[in-house]
Design a protein around this ligand. Structure first.
Ligand SMILES: C[S@@+](CC[C@H](N)C(=O)[O-])C[C@H]1O[C@@H](n2cnc3c(N)ncnc32)[C@H](O)[C@@H]1O
Length: 384
């Protein structure tokens, strides 16, 4: 290696070292956010105001010594403000910590479109299955969605809930005029929500269109139980029903004005069969609506932050989920528009919009862009 190549290699090495150390700091931050989120520590600070370690321990029901260490960690890393940083040990117990208002919205307000506390649960759920991932990489098998457990299921729901409730009925569906008109027409429109998870998309559609009836389907029993409770809590259980059902199983009947699938097609081992089944569920003139991650049209490396995020969760969750059943299309999170188009054509959708075909796929863009600005997240969902 000549001197220039050696300097270049050393430079790249040092950049990577710095980046990985930053990643470790980010990872330990996220796991401490997980503790604050799961144990209700942020909520206790948001609702009860500034607290000493003993006060926080009392409010949240945790051990005082752990409360103190966590509070100090959160202050050192800049999440909490502290009123006294005097380095005298006996003062440690008397320090009072504050969750700044802006941070409270991000960490303790699940209704806010800026809420990101769930992110720590996404990462923690992957931590629980890493031995299974190693095994899957070797064997070519997979790790089923249910194996990621409550952390993944609840984080997925928490991620999309505020966005569905705020934007799905108010902004996204009105941008598809024929669907919007049909959901406001009589007789009462019927909607199928395939892979509904905790049911927030179904609930959002029912809230936005007061006469529609929604059937939500998901093979995951725990998700359906949560979805039923969510619909009851939101007063739409009379119009929104949830069913434990796999879209790729045979025997589907029913006719729907809208058959929607939110952030799930790329997880399926058999996406073409799923699209064909969704198409079969459409009433005359009905629409199949596929909402999935806004990935780039083509592979590019290095990629931007969103593409990094999508690939990151693809290796750790979506691809293994899709490969848990074999044979599998093995799509992964990064389902390119051309891939979706090829699945749709294989499922007998027509190529042209506005054709006489009674069902057509409408590719929308991804649930959530890496931005704290809800308007820009909404932009990420504009139809192409
Ligand atoms: C990433 S989650 C998305 C959940 C929800 N649509 C959302 O946007 O929050 C994917 C969902 O698809 C469901 N799913 C997986 N395979 C399915 C299948 N064959 N039929 C219907 N749903 C399926 C999973 O159980 C899971 O709830």
């Amino acid at each position: 290696m000549d001197a220039a190549a050696g300097a270049d290699a050393a430079g790249r090495r040092d950049v990577l070292v710095g980046r990985l150390i930053g990643a470790v700091l980010g990872a330990v931050d996220l796991f401490n956010v997980y503790l604050g989120d799961r144990l209700g520590l942020y909520r206790a600070l948001a609702e009860g105001g500034p607290a000493t370690p003993a006060e926080l321990a009392g409010r949240a029901g945790v051990h005082e010594r752990y409360a103190r260490e966590w509070l100090e960690q959160q202050a050192v890393t800049g999440v909490l403000d502290v009123d006294d940083v005097d380095d005298v040990d006996e003062q440690a117990a008397r320090r009072r910590y504050t969750l700044p208002t802006g941070h409270a919205e991000v960490l303790a307000d699940p209704d806010s479109v800026h809420y990101l506390g769930y992110m720590s649960r996404l990462v923690a759920s992957v931590g629980q299955v890493t031995p299974r991932l190693v095994e899957a990489f070797r064997s070519g098998g997979g790790v089923g969605w249910a194996e990621f457990g409550a952390d993944m299921r609840e984080a997925q729901a928490a991620q999309n809930r505020p966005i569905f409730l705020a934007l799905l009925g108010a902004e996204w569906l009105p941008q598809i005029p024929d669907v919007h008109a049909r959901l406001r027409a009589q007789p009462a429109p019927q909607v199928a929500d395939v892979g509904c998870g905790a049911g927030w998309s179904s609930i959002a559609v029912a809230q936005a269109y007061p006469t529609v009836r929604v059937d939500g389907f998901d093979p995951d029993e725990a998700s359906i139980a949560t979805a039923r409770a969510n619909a009851a809590d939101h007063g739409v259980a009379d119009r929104v029903c949830f069913h434990v059902r796999d879209i790729t199983e045979p025997g589907w009947t029913g006719r729907y004005d809208l058959v929607a699938a939110f952030e799930m097609l790329h997880d399926l081992p058999r996406p073409v069969e799923a699209l064909r089944a969704m198409r079969g569920l459409c009433a005359d003139g009905g629409t199949v609506l596929i909402v999935d991650e806004r990935v780039e049209d083509q592979f590019t490396a290095p990629g931007g932050e969103l593409e990094r995020l999508f690939y990151g969760f693809s290796t750790l969750c979506c691809l293994p989920t899709g490969m848990a059943e074999q044979p599998s299309a093995a799509t992964g999170t990064v389902m390119r528009p051309a891939t979706l188009r090829s699945y749709a054509l294989a499922a007998d959708f027509r190529r042209r919009r506005g054709s006489a075909d009674r069902a057509r796929p409408v590719p929308l863009l991804p649930p959530q862009a890496l931005t704290s600005d809800p308007r820009r997240r909404a932009d990420a969902l504009q139809s192409r």
